[in-house]
Design a protein around this ligand. Sequence first.
Ligand code: ADP
Length: 600
Amino acid sequence: MKRSEGNNSSKKKNCVMPTLKYFFPIAWKFRKSYFFLAAFNVIIDAVTPFVNILVLPYLINELLGDKSLARLLTYAAIIVFGQGILSLIKDILLNVLEKYDERFKDYFTEELGKKSMSLDFQLTEDKEALDQIERARQGMEWYSGGIHGITQQVMAIASAVIQIAGVAVIVILNAPLVLLITAVLTAINAVLNSKRNKIEVEIFKDDSKWNRAFGYFSWEMSDFRNGKDIRLYNAKDMMLGKWEEYIQRSVETKKEEQRRTMPYSLGAVIPTAAKDIACYLYLGVLAITGKITIGVFSQMLTSGGTFYTAVNSLLTAAQEIVKRTNYAYEYVKLMEYPVSLKKGDKHVKAGKHTIEFRHVSFAYPKTGVQVLRDINLTLNQGEHLSVVGLNGAGKTTFVKLMCRLYDPTEGEILLDGVNIKDYDYEEYMSVFAPVFQDFRLFSFSVRDNVDLNGTASDGEVIAALERVGMGDRVKTMDEGINTLLFRDFDKDGVEPSGGEQQKIAIARALFKDSPTVILDEPTAALDPIAEYDIYRQFDKLVGGKTAIYISHRLSSCRFCDHIAVFSEGSVKEYGTHESLVNMEGGLYAAMFAAQAEYYN
Ligand code: ADP
C-alpha cells in the first residue's frame, strides 16, 4: 500500500529537473573534460548533414548543366571526405565518451554503497527501503544508462536543435510547405512514442520487487555456504521452483510490456510513410512547374529528411530524458532518503561509563507489537551482566537498543547521565564492540576481518587472534593472516569452521578495544559446556571492560556480577546468581535446576 503510494507520487512529479540538478553538478565536478568532449560532439553531429544539404545541389546542377569534371570532382570530394572526416571524429569522440561511462557508473555505485551502509539500521530490515535500494541501483545503472545515457540524450537534443534551425532556414526559402507536413506528422509520432514510454516506466517500477527477489535467489543458490542446508533439507526443488516462479513473473511482465507497447510501435510506421508521400508530391509539383531546380528539388528532399530526423530525434531524446530521469530519480530518492535517527553532537567523555535504561519500551517499526516493556537497568563500568531468557524474550532487541540500532519508542537510554540521542553517533558507536548472533565475516583476509579499519600492524592482529586461541590455526594457513576467508574470490580461500568463525568475530570485537563488549549468543551453535568455556575465557580477556553476555542458557551466569532474566519483553528477575538461584518459585531458579547438570 505504502509502496504504491510512493510510486504514484513520483509518477505525478516531474523528475527531469530534480534529477538533472542532482546529477550534473556532481558529474561536472567529477569529470569536467567529459562535458567539453560532449559539447564538441554536439557540434560535429549538428554540422554533418549540412555537408550533403549544401553541396549536393551544386553537384546535381553541375551534372545537369556544364558537367565540368574538375568541379564535379571537387563537389564529390567535399561530400565524401567532409562527411567521412566528420563521422570519423564522431566515432572517436563517442568511443572516448563511452570510456567515461564506466567511471561514472563506478562512482555512483560507490556512492550508493556508502549511502546504503549509512542508512538508519532499521531500514536494513525494512522491505520498502530494500526495494528502494534495488530500484536505485537498477535505475541508475541499467535503465537510465547512467550519466552517459542521460547526457547522450541531452547531446541529441542540442544537435537536433541546431540542425532544425539550419534546415528550417534553407527550407523556408525554397519550399515552406515541407516544414508544415513534416512538423504535423512528427507530432503524431511523438504522441505514440510518449504513450509507449509511459507504459515502460510504469512496468519498471512494478518489476523491481521481482528483480530483488530474483537477485536474492540467484545469490543464495550459488552461495556454496548454503550447500549443506540446501542438500539436507532437500531445498533444491523449492529454490528452483521459486527461481522459476520469479523468472516466469519477469517473463510475464516483459510480455505484458510488449503487448501493451506493440500497437504504438507499429503505429509509428504510418506517419513516416505519409510524410514521404506528401513531400514527394509537393516537391515534384514545384519541380515540374519550374519553381525550383532539380538541384534544389534534391536539396529539399534531403533537408526534409534531415528536418524530420532531427525533430524526431529531438522528441525521442526529450521523451527519453523524461524516461531515463524517471529511472535515475529512484537513485536520487534513495540518496535523499530521510535519516530518522537523531544524531547529536555531544562528545563521549573518556574514562568510566555508566549505561542506564530508564522506563524503556519498544515496538519494531510498522509492527505495533511491544517487544520490550518498561526496562529499567543500570550498568556500571567493568560490570559483567548476563542477560538470559527464552528465545524471543527480547534479549537481542535490548542490545540493539543499547547500540542505538533502534531508538526506544518510550523511555530513554542514558550514557553517563546523558540521553544517548544527544551524542555524536560515531563516538557513541565506538563505546560498543558487539558480536551479534548473526555476525558476518567477510570474504576478505583474516587480517581485514579482524581489523576492519585496516590501521593496525600485523603483530597487533596476530596478538588478537592468539588471545582468542586462533594463533596456531592461522599459522597453518598458507598466507597466515593474509589468507582469504571463504572461496568467493579465491579458490584457495579458507573455509573456517563455525567455532573458528566465532573466534575470529570475537577477536574482532576485542580488537576494537571498546569499553563495552557484548556477546549475543554467538556461540549458540555450540553445546552448553563449550559455550561456557568460551564465555569464561572471554570473560578473562575482557579485563576491566563492561561485558554483556546474552544466552538462552545460563553458561555465563556463574561468573557475572548480575543476571537479568528477560521474559516476554520485561526484566522479570535481576540480581546475583546466589540471590536468584535461591529465589523460591523464581524463573531463574527453575532454569538453573533444569540446566544444572552442565554448570555444577
Ligand atoms: P531474543 O533475543 O530474546 O531471542 P529478540 O529480541 O530477537 O529475542 O526478539 C524479540 C521479539 O521481537 C520476537 O518476538 C521477535 O520476533 C521480534 N523481532 C525481532 N526482530 C524483529 C524485527 N526486525 N522486526 C520485527 N520484529 C522483530
